[in-house]
Design a protein. Structure first.
Length: 128
């Protein structure tokens, strides 16, 4: 299994936003979407502020694979549904990183609907 390097983790963590595209059934990438991203230790997490009805989130369900760009890192990833046990820690990471935004925005990304979409991004070997 491929893992994040320290430089990749640091770059993604420092980035304000992450661009994400899911892999379609035919192997092509969907349109890029810009979302928020947080790091917990050696793991990278994302979630959909609009819950499971968001188009970009629904796209991740097709093949559970895609590509991300953030902080100088561009990487193929697998989308792994996070266990509910990390929700409180992911909430805290979002509050810490994005707490300078309005309280209602933070409440949206830490809502039960958003938490239900929490995914861990697992790096994959680059395509040739």
């Amino acid at each position: 299994m491929t893992t994040w390097t320290s430089d990749e983790l640091d770059g993604i963590e420092a980035a304000e936003e992450l661009r994400i595209a899911s892999l379609r059934r035919d192997g092509s990438l969907s349109s890029w979407r810009t979302i928020w991203v947080v790091r917990l230790g050696d793991d990278i997490f994302v979630r959909s502020v609009n819950g499971s009805t968001s188009a970009w989130f629904r796209g991740t369900r097709v093949r559970q694979e895609g590509r991300i760009q953030a902080g100088g890192v561009e990487k193929d990833v697998t989308f792994v549904d996070a266990e509910a046990e990390v929700d409180d820690r992911v909430d805290a990471a979002y509050r810490a990183k994005y707490g300078h935004y309005a309280a209602n925005i933070i409440a949206s990304i830490t809502s039960p609907e958003a938490s239900a979409t929490t995914m861990r991004l697992v790096p994959r070997a680059q395509r040739s």
